[in-house]
Design a protein around this ligand. Structure first.
Ligand code: APR
Length: 278
C-alpha cells in the first residue's frame, strides 16, 4: 500500500468488497480485537490519545510515570492512585457504544468466532456479547481478590470502598484487594494464553480502537493466516495493518466506521435498533 493512496478512496473501494464478502456468508468465523478507542464515545478516556488520554491526565496523581497506576509493584507500595482512578472508570455508569452493539450483531448473525478485548469496562458484556465469546486479555472489574492470599472479595464491599475513596483490605490476611485487572508485571489470564491461536482459524479479522502497543495482545492481528482479510477501524494506522494484500483501512472514528460497514452490508437499520435497545 503506498502512502500516497488516499485511504478514503481505498477504503470505499475495498469496503464494498468486504461487504460483499460478508453478505456472501463466506465470512462466518470473524475474530474481533478491540481496545479503549471503542469506549471513548461512551465517556471512558482511552490511554494514549495525546490530549484526552488517561496517561496525559494523571498528573494529579503524582505518579513516577503514567503507567505506574497499573503497575503491580507500584500498587503494592501506593494503592491510592489506582483507587482514585477506579472511582472514575468503575463500570455501571457507562452505556455501550454502537461499536459494542456491532460486535453483538455479528454474534446474533452467527458470525462471531471470538472477541479479544483489552478493555476492562465490561461494555461488551453489557452490549449482549455472550461470555463464552469474550476473551478479556487484561482482565476486568468483574471480580476482585486479595493480591496476597487470592481470597475473593465481595463486590458490594469494594464498591463502597471505591465510593468512600478508602483502600479495601482482605478479610482473611489484611492483604491489599485489587480488581482482577491485569497490571503490568502480572500474569495474563489463562483464557487469553489458551486462545492465542484462535485467529488462525478465522476468515475475517476486525481490529478496532487500539494502538496495538501492548504485547502480547498486539501480536494477535499477525496471528491470522496470510490471506485472511483484516479490517482496521481506528483513527490512526497501527501495527502492520494495511500491509497485507487483503487489509482494509477505515481510518476514522469507530462508531462512524461500523455504521459505514453495516450500511454496506444492509445491516444499518438492524444495528441502530439493537443499539437503541441497549
Ligand atoms: N474511534 C477510533 N479510534 C479511536 C477512538 C475512536 N473514537 N478513540 C481513540 N481511538 C484510537 C486511538 O487513536 C489509539 O490508536 O484508539 C487507540 C487507543 O489506543 P490506547 O489509548 O493505547 O488504548 P489501548 O490500545 O486499548 O491500550 C492497550 O494499554 O495501558 C494499557 O492495559 C492498558 O489495555 C490497555 C493497553
Amino acid at each position: 500500500i503506498d502512502e500516497s493512496t488516499p485511504t478514503q478512496t481505498l477504503s470505499s473501494r475495498t469496503l464494498d468488497g468486504l461487504a460483499e464478502y460478508l453478505k456472501s456468508g463466506k465470512a462466518s468465523r470473524i475474530v474481533v480485537m478491540t481496545g479503549a478507542g471503542i469506549s471513548t464515545s461512551a465517556g471512558i478516556p482511552d490511554f494514549r490519545s495525546p490530549e484526552t488520554g488517561l496517561y496525559a491526565n494523571l498528573a494529579r496523581l503524582n505518579l513516577p510515570y503514567a503507567e505506574a497506576v497499573f503497575d503491580i509493584g507500584y500498587f503494592k507500595e501506593n494503592p491510592e492512585p489506582f483507587y482514585s482512578l477506579a472511582s472514575e472508570i468503575y463500570p455501571g455508569k457507562f452505556r455501550p457504544t454502537i461499536t459494542h452493539s456491532f460486535i453483538r450483531l455479528l454474534n446474533d448473525k452467527g458470525l462471531l468466532l471470538k472477541l479479544f478485548t483489552q478493555n476492562i469496562d465490561c461494555l461488551e458484556r453489557e452490549a449482549g456479547v455472550p461470555d463464552d465469546k469474550i476473551i478479556e486479555a487484561h482482565g476486568s472489574f468483574a471480580r476482585q481478590s486479595c493480591i496476597e492470599c487470592k481470597a475473593a472479595y465481595p463486590e458490594d464491599d469494594i464498591k463502597s470502598h471505591i465510593a468512600a475513596k478508602t483502600i479495601p483490605r482482605c478479610y482473611e490476611c489484611q492483604g491489599l484487594v485489587k480488581p482482577e485487572i491485569v497490571f503490568f508485571g502480572e500474569q495474563l489470564p489463562a483464557a487469553f494464553l489458551e486462545s492465542r491461536m484462535v485467529p488462525m482459524s478465522s476468515d475475517l479479522c476486525i481490529v478496532m480502537g487500539t494502538s496495538l502497543t501492548v504485547q502480547p495482545f498486539a501480536s494477535l492481528p499477525g496471528a491470522t493466516l496470510p490471506y485472511t482479510p483484516r479490517l482496521l477501524i481506528n483513527k490512526e494506522r497501527v501495527g502492520n495493518l494495511g500491509t497485507g494484500t487483503d487489509d482494509v483501512l477505515l481510518l476514522e472514528d469507530c462508531d462512524s466506521g461500523v455504521r459505514k460497514l453495516a450500511e454496506a452490508c444492509g445491516w444499518l437499520e438492524e444495528l441502530e435498533k439493537l443499539w437503541a435497545e441497549t
